[in-house]
Every structure is written in C-alpha cells, then in structure tokens.
Write a protein that binds this ligand. Structure first.
Ligand code: BES
Ligand code: ZN
Ligand code: MG
Length: 457
C-alpha cells in the first residue's frame, strides 16, 4: 500500500469500489453482510454492503479505510460520492478515507529481517469532480495524518536509537523545510543558565544531555495572543531510583510522545498557515539511574523559583514539564498554555485507552478543545482541578512542594495540580495521554489532530 497523496478525478482500470445500502436495488450475488465486499471483476466494479444508510457513522468509515489499506484484495478506486449520506458530507467521506488509509499505510520504524509482508494492492480515492472545498478537505486531512504519522514513527522508535540529543537533532533536520517556523535548541549550558533545576534533576542519571526544543510560528505578528504547547519528552522512563519493576518498564520508549505531538502540531500549522501565533516546547531527557542520579528526598529549585522535594523519582514528567510550562509563561509570554504528557498510570486506570483526560482552568478553554475534538473525531473527557488534590503535596516540611501525592487517590488530578503551580495563572489546558497514546505496543498518537484544530482559530 502506498500513501495517498492525491485525489484522482480520472477512472483507471482498477475496480471501482462503491458503497451500497439496504434500501437500494442490490445486484445479483451480492454478499449482504455488513462491510462485505463483492467484486464483479468483469464489470470493473465492487460493492461494499453497508446496511442502513442513515446509520453509517464517520467512525465506521474511518476504520473501514484503515482496514482496506491492510487487507484490500484488489487494487481499488474508491467511489467517494457513493458513501455520502444525510449525515456524512462528501468532505467527511474524504476526511475519513484520507486519514484512515494513510494511518494504516504509514511506514513506521521496523527492523524485522525477514520480508515484511505489506499489502501489495493500492487504493486511490476517486471523485468525478472535486470542488475547491473537497480539495481543501483532502489537503487538510493529508497534512494532519502525515504529521500524526511523523510523531507515531518517533514514538515507536526504540530508546537506543532515539536519545535526547538525537530527538532534538531529528526535529531540527525534519523541520528545515518549513521556512515559516523557527526552531531553537537549548543545550545543557543554556538550560543551566535558565535555572531549569527540575528538568536538570531528571537528567542527572543520564549519559546524554537534556534538550529543550522551541518551535515558533508567528501567523499574526500584530496580535499578542499566543498559544504555547509543552510536551513531555522522556525518551525512556526507567523510573530512576524509584525504578519500575518487571513489565512496568516496557513501553516507556513512548514517554517522549507528548513532545512529538506538540512538534507535529507545529508541522501541520506550518503547512496550514493559520493567522495565529503558536509555539511548541519539547522538554527532552531520559529518566535513568547512575551513581549520581536524583535521589528520593532530594530538593531541587525550579526555574520559577519554587522548590520541590522529590518523594518519587518516577514522577519525573511533571518535573520536566514544570520548567517547560514556566518557560512558556515567562519567556515566551503565552496567553494560553497547553501541555501534553504520558503523565500518569492512574490515567489508564481512570479512562482506559478510550478517552484522553483533559483539565482546563476555564469553561471557554474546555469548550474550545471539546469542539476541536468533535471536529476531529477524537474522544476527550474533562477531569477536575481542585485544591483538595494538592493538599498532600503542599505539606512538604523542607520545600514548597512534594512531587507526588501519596494518598493513593486521583493520581492524575494531583499531577495536574502540580503542573498548574508553574503556569503563572495563565489560561491552561492539560492533556494526560498515558492511556490513549500507545495501545498494545502500537503508536496511536491521538490528540495531534485535535490540538491542531484547536490552534487553527
Ligand atoms: N511515564 C509514567 C506514566 C505512565 C504509566 C505512562 C503507564 C504510560 C503508562 C510516569 O512518568 C510515571 O511513572 N508516573 C508515576 C507517577 C507516580 C510515581 C506518582 C505512575 O503513574 O506510577
Ligand atoms: Zn515516570
Ligand atoms: Mg497505554
């Protein structure tokens, strides 16, 4: 399967795959099972049976497209217009197929040495006449899914091939083509000069330097409004001295996903060119142990000046993010802060791998992100900020905060409260993608699309 980079408006000699519904005149020999495809090879046409027309949902089209990319038995041209219903416009259909097929067809990191079995059949999206609005929908969907795949590929890459220094380098390299983005990499010396003591504390156990990558897009220089996205970039989370045991350490290569997500949003923004100002900050290090790694009971000073007593070195995400958030607020002068992190195991317990947990300081911000998620067909659920959740952490005897709530309850909410301490009271949205980012070892990278949609306006 190749990635779909174009809409075709010319028929070729492949089978034309058409949707067919219950109440239509059904050809003889048609298999009347939902999503069954019947091929009429001599007539160069195939039908996919989809039951009741009014019940067809965007999500079923999207998974159908994902499945076609992996399992199509022939080369098809998909007759997009045949999938349009009262509830699904041609733009929805274009969007679902472009994203679904390109999600599955993405070539991600793979070092299998035997021949990798790839579906040899190709699919084209066919439409007789493409209006400007259809072309726009296609282009937007293509940009969004390409950026998502870029992030997915970084996520799945093993930690021995993606340390902090390498991740920063890849972003610089890959973003060179976007002349409307500025990319700045802060190295260890500059990070020390800024006083990012929490990020540096996490990095102590590493043989690699930390990196802070700042990507900026200025689509509206006349405005002082600026959204700053901050992403957790732990290229591997061993837990540190509070080391993870057994299977709990597996999959922790994905702990840099938040940083890849925020970068991928800027990658889309550079191409969609909205009239807004958006920046991204990637807070990058790994969390390892060595002879001088951060010890539990240590006290470190953050860039904000607040001091933090470490009662668990495995709650490292909030440490690197705290300095990133403060940098966004204080140096970049954000008017809206948004962070994304694979932050807490408790998130997986609360919402599983279905919904991403969202905290927001204002109703307006919640409405904006929930509208964006609806447009992009991603599932989010609002979680509470409440001072109850920070009480324990504020009880440190020797510092302003402890980094972990040990009451054992609502661990995702206390993590969110910890982060809010570093936002200088700026409007703030926090996303914990620990459950939804990677599922069964595979990279999903939900939220790249929703966040892009959110910052477009
Ligand atoms: N990276 C983990 C969170 C995580 C866990 C993501 C499982 C994906 C799947 C994070 O750094 C972490 O270890 N959090 C601790 C916090 C605790 C010590 C308060 C956790 O959730 O156990
Ligand atoms: Zn951790
Ligand atoms: Mg998971």
């Amino acid at each position: 399967m190749q990635l779909i980079k174009q809409l075709s408006t010319k028929r070729n000699d492949h089978l034309l795959l058409k949707a067919i519904f219950e109440d239509e005149i059904l050809p003889e020999f048609l298999v009347k099972e939902t999503e069954a495809i019947t091929d009429f090879i001599d007539k160069k046409v195939s039908y996919i049976y989809l039951g009741k027309k009014q019940e067809l949902q965007y999500n079923s089209l999207y998974s159908l497209a994902q499945d076609l990319a992996l399992n199509a038995a022939y080369d098809y041209q998909i007759d997009l217009s045949s999938f349009v219903t009262e509830n699904l416009t041609i733009n929805d259909v274009v969007d679902a197929f472009t994203k679904g097929i390109n999600f599955s067809a993405a070539k991600l990191y793979n070092k299998k040495t035997f021949t990798y079995k790839e579906n040899p059949n190709n699919i084209e999206l066919f439409i007789e006449q493409a209006s400007q609005s259809v072309i726009d929908s296609f282009n937007k969907a293509r940009i969004l899914i390409e950026s998502q795949n870029w992030a997915r590929n970084l996520g799945i890459t093993p930690p021995n091939e993606l340390n902090s220094e390498q991740l920063a380098k890849i972003v610089v390299e890959d973003f060179k083509e976007y002349k409307n983005l500025s990319v700045k990499v802060l190295e260890k010396k500059e990070i020390e000069k800024l006083g990012m003591g929490l990020l540096l504390s996490v990095n102590r156990g590493s043989v690699y330097e930390p990196r802070v990558v700042i990507i900026e897009y200025k689509g509206n220089p006349d405005s002082n409004q600026k959204t700053v996205l901050i992403g957790k970039g732990i290229t591997f989370d061993s837990g540190g001295y509070n080391i993870k045991t057994g299977r709990n350490m597996l999959g922790m290569k994905y702990d840099m996903s938040g940083s890849a997500i925020v970068a991928s949003v800027l990658k889309s923004v550079a191409q969609l060119k909205p009239k807004t100002n958006v920046s991204a900050i990637m807070c990058i290090t790994d969390n390892r142990v060595n002879g001088d790694a951060s010890l539990p009971d240590s006290v470190w000073t953050s860039m904000s000046g607040k001091t933090v007593e470490i009662n668990n070195t495995d709650a490292e995400g909030r440490l690197v993010m705290a300095d990133g958030l403060y940098y966004g607020a204080d140096v970049l002068k954000a008017t809206r802060l948004i962070d994304v992190a694979t932050l807490t195991g408790a998130m997986v317990a609360a919402l599983g791998d279905t919904y991403t947990g969202i905290w927001s300081t204002t109703e307006k911000a919640w409405k904006e992100i929930s509208d964006a998620a609806t447009i992009q067909h991603e599932l989010i659920w609002r979680m509470p900020f409440d001072s109850d959740y920070e009480e324990f952490m504020k009880g440190s005897i020797v510092a302003d905060l402890k980094n972990t709530d040990y009451t054992g309850h609502a661990g995702s909410c206390s993590a969110a409260m910890f982060l809010k301490e570093f936002t200088k009271g700026i409007e703030y949205i926090h996303l914990d993608v620990a459950g939804t980012n990677d599922i069964d070892e595979k990279p999903m990278f939900a939220m790249t699309k929703t966040l892009t949609e959110l910052v477009l306006k």
